[in-house]
Design a protein around this ligand. Structure first.
Ligand code: SF4
Ligand code: SF4
Length: 183
C-alpha cells in the first residue's frame, strides 16, 4: 500500500486528546515485545510500528489498514512503556478517525449495530437460550441487561454513535441483493 507522509495529519493527531504523548516515543519496542496480539499474530500487529507511522503522519497506512482494529486494549503496552506514551489513547484516536473516514471492518459494524439494537454485542439466540435451560441458568435474560436498550440508544444518540450505526445499516441494505421478483 503506497503512502505519503502527511504532516497535516500528524499535527492534527498531536492536537487530539491523549495523542500528544506520541512525541515521547523513542522506538525502543518494549510495547511490541509485551503485546499479546503481536505475539499471537507473529508481529503482523505491531504497536511500535503504529506509533512510528503516527509520528510520521502516514495517514493512509494507519486508518485504511484493518490491522489497527486488532488491539484488544489490554493496556499492557501503556503499563510497560518507559516513556509513558499513552498508546491505547492514541489507538482510540486513530480508530475514531478511521470511523470518520469510513474505514471500519465489517465485524465492528455488525457489533455496534447489535449493541444499538439489542443492548448487547452478541444478541441472545435460540441455541444459547436452549443451552442455558439445559444448564438450569436464568432464562429471563432481558432483565439482566445492565442498561435498558432505550437508555443505551439515548446515550448513543447523544454521542453521535446512532448516526454512525444508521450509516452502517444503510450501507448494509444498499449492498444486499435485490429480492427476486415473485413468479
Ligand atoms: S514502549 Fe513506548 S517508547 Fe518504546 S516503542 Fe513503544 S511507545 Fe515507543
Ligand atoms: S493494548 Fe493493544 S497494543 Fe497494547 S499490549 Fe494490549 S493488545 Fe497490544
Amino acid at each position: 500500500m503506497a503512502s505519503t507522509i502527511d504532516f497535516d495529519f500528524r499535527n492534527k493527531l498531536l492536537k487530539m486528546h491523549g495523542a500528544l504523548s506520541l512525541t515521547y516515543c523513542y522506538q525502543c519496542g518494549t510495547c511490541s515485545g509485551g503485546c499479546p496480539v503481536a505475539k499471537e499474530t507473529n508481529g503482523k500487529y505491531n504497536p511500535r510500528r503504529i506509533i512510528e507511522k503516527s509520528l510520521l503522519g502516514m495517514k493512509d497506512k494507519l486508518i485504511k489498514d484493518p490491522v489497527l482494529w486488532q488491539c484488544t486494549l489490554c493496556d499492557t503496552c501503556d503499563e510497560s512503556c518507559p516513556q509513558k506514551v499513552e498508546l491505547t489513547e492514541i489507538f482510540y484516536v486513530l480508530k475514531n478517525l478511521a470511523v470518520k473516514e469510513g474505514f471500519v471492518p465489517d465485524a465492528y459494524k455488525a457489533q455496534s449495530t447489535a449493541v444499538f439494537d439489542n443492548g448487547v454485542a452478541v444478541p441472545y439466540m435460540a441455541p444459547m437460550i436452549r443451552a442455558r435451560k439445559e444448564l438450569g441458568l436464568e432464562q429471563n435474560l432481558e432483565e439482566n441487561i445492565v442498561i435498558p436498550v432505550q437508555e443505551l440508544q439515548t446515550l448513543m444518540e447523544a454521542t453521535g454513535m446512532k448516526e454512525i450505526v444508521d450509516k452502517f445499516k444503510a450501507e448494509k441494505s444498499a449492498a444486499a441483493p435485490a429480492p427476486k421478483p415473485s413468479e
